[in-house]
Design a protein around this ligand. Structure first.
Ligand code: ZN
Length: 277
């Protein structure tokens, strides 16, 4: 009897591991990829869990069926990807821009009842045209602690190491939106999928916030008027450009290598749940 119990114990302790070390990822990223997180199979932080996909298939087959493929959570070759059919529900009436400047940004936000300040020259500002708008990246500035949008100058003009614009849109603490550029902006860096989340294909929004504390609990430290405006503005952009909620990621979720960026300092699961309402 004792031997039998010991045998079972040995089997459990050696058998229960994540199917791949690389599949031990943040639960929010797993959800964004359409995967399912299982606890107790990975070492690391409490939100690092084993991500698996119930719907793995060749990426091109997924696209031909109308799904959205995501990399990294299916075994086999890199073309085997998680096909997320649920994520294909996109707001109706919108249209993905193709190879153009996003000169309609201010009208889209105003149409959602938001307060908008247009930065002079924004309609021609950018590092070239947008290839598409397949994704939206949510950022915070990690800027000064006071003022509505004190990071405007740096987002518009850039830093010594990176030319502006650094994002198309800014969001002040009062909930006011700042439209800074209609063209490509340098906000994303390397991403999990540049064809969706890279600078040529994703809108960047820099919301004014210190970024402290740099954890998922940050919502409590944001002015609620700003947080609610963030949701409303992103929803309006999704509707206008037909961007599904699964393609609204925090910079911290999209940036590679993972851990390169901490922003935004609120839960993206909570944010996406609000978008879906
Ligand atoms: Zn960022």
């Amino acid at each position: 009897m004792i031997a039998c119990v010991a045998l079972i114990y040995v089997r459990l302790s050696f058998g229960e591991e994540c199917w791949s070390k690389n599949a031990c990822i943040e639960t929010s990223l797993c959800a964004a990829k359409g995967g399912i997180s299982q606890p107790n199979l990975c070492s690391g932080g409490i939100t690092t869990r084993c991500c698996s996909c119930a719907n793995c298939m060749d990426a091109s087959l997924c696209v031909s069926r109308g799904g959205v493929p995501s990399t990294g959570i299916c075994p086999g070759s890199s073309t085997q990807q998680c096909c997320n059919m649920a994520s294909t529900s996109v707001p109706t009436g919108g249209k993905t821009p193709v190879n153009r400047m996003l000169t309609d940004l201010a009208d889209i936000l105003r149409g959602a009842g938001l307060t908008v300040i247009e930065s002079e020259g924004w309609k021609t500002r950018g590092h070239g045209i947008m290839t598409s708008v397949k994704g939206i990246l949510v950022h915070h500035t990690a800027g000064p602690a006071t003022g509505d949008f004190p990071s405007l100058k740096v987002v518009r003009d850039g830093r010594t190491d990176l030319a502006g614009p650094l994002s198309q849109l800014g969001l002040g603490r009062s909930g006011t939106w700042y439209v800074i550029a209609a063209g490509r902006s340098y906000h994303a860096g390397a991403t999990i999928d540049d064809s969706v989340f890279g600078n040529a294909n994703a809108i960047g929004i820099e919301a004014e916030a210190t970024g402290s504390p740099s954890t998922n609990t940050g919502h409590a430290y944001w002015p609620e008027v700003q947080y609610q405006s963030y949701i409303r503005g992103v929803k309006a952009l999704q509707a206008a450009y037909a961007v599904p909620t699964s393609r609204v990621l925090g910079h911290k979720e999209a940036a590679v290598p993972l851990g390169r960026k901490p922003d935004p300092n609120f839960s993206m699961d909570e944010f996406r749940a609000a978008l879906a309402k």
